[in-house]
Design a protein around this ligand. Structure first.
Ligand SMILES: [Zn+2]
Length: 311
């Protein structure tokens, strides 16, 4: 069976869920009033969003014990009855009732299986090509996923993020090719990333696998730490791979001078930093964001070393 969805169908689905689910409706409505400010970094303007409803996610306990003690909110039997889903092969498309984006989806696997990306890049690219107004994203189990025990993508309207635009004027250095698919490294922005441009998801996945094997896996982990963003382009799809070396910044916390409740994931890396506390919203400036990127992401020399190890 060939799977087909499109942005208009999903927009209607979101509208109908909002109409029948007061809790989600309240959160989507509240999102319209959240404060946003812009912060200019070299080559890239990001936004900071003050979003009190996200405190649940930003302070989520994702250690093994906490996960074992809670009911998985992505499993069908634990989801509220009002939350309907669209079947999409081995995935289900749901609205995210705690949105960051004006249009925000969660896309769990239908079975309760670990958050691991291997073997799923073609799925991600196929979905991003069909949902051409959306960016499909993936948070690694230690890179912002609040359900690292249940595989899921998320998606949000692309015009909300700013990294895609910054990449358009950045310098992409080709690392490897597969047919007309290209893997490139970008080391000129404050955020160091890889980019895979592909028309054929299978070729895109093969290139990703070569990159994946070149990124070190931290001890005790099952995959390299990363955030992924994937969106349609006029030529096909673009996958942005953001290797990570740390989950939360050194100043993460709620108590004490200089702490911030900041738990960056794909959306932050995509150009929208989420602060559930107003004091953090006010304090987060360009210097602090650059410090976050330095601590959590790779340096130019680190990302180029990986590029050299791609076989
Ligand atoms: Zn589950």
């Amino acid at each position: 069976m060939e799977l087909k969805v499109n942005s208009q169908q999903i927009d209607q689905f979101i509208a109908s869920q909002i109409a029948e689910w007061p809790m989600a409706a309240g959160n989507f409505e509240a999102l319209k009033g959240v404060k946003v400010k812009e912060v200019a970094l070299p080559g890239w303007t990001v936004k900071v969003q003050f979003n009190p409803a996200r405190i649940v996610s930003s302070s989520a306990k994702v250690d093994a014990k906490s996960l074992k003690e809670r009911k998985c909110f992505l499993c069908k039997e634990n989801r509220p009855e009002v939350q309907r889903g669209i079947d999409y092969g081995k995935y289900t498309i749901l609205i995210n009732p705690f949105p960051i984006f004006p249009r925000h989806l969660t896309i769990p696997d239908r079975s309760h299986t670990d958050q691991l990306i291997s073997g799923r890049i073609a799925d991600m690219m196929t979905l991003a090509a069909q949902l051409d107004e959306y960016t499909v994203f993936y948070n690694g189990p230690r890179c912002g996923a609040s359900a690292p025990d249940h595989m899921h993508f998320q998606a949000g309207n692309s015009d909300f993020l700013t990294l895609g635009e910054a990449l358009e004027s950045a310098d992409l250095k080709t690392v490897a090719t597969d047919g007309d698919a290209v893997l490139a490294v970008v080391d000129s922005l404050p955020l160091k990333v890889f980019v895979i441009d592909a028309t054929d998801p299978a070729a895109g996945e093969r290139l990703f696998d070569r990159l994946y094997r070149a990124i070190p896996v931290p001890e005790g982990e099952k995959e390299p730490m990363m955030n992924l963003l994937c969106f349609a382009t006029p030529a096909g799809v673009r996958l942005v791979v953001i290797p990570r070396k740390r989950h939360r910044p050194s100043f993460y916390g709620t108590e004490g001078e200089g702490t911030m409740l900041l738990s960056p994931a794909s959306v932050d890396m995509g150009g929208v930093f989420i602060t559930p506390l107003e004091k953090d919203f006010n304090a987060l400036d360009a210097d602090k964001i650059l410090q976050v990127l330095d601590e959590l992401c790779l340096s130019a020399s680190e990302i180029n070393e990986i590029a050299q190890n791609v076989q």
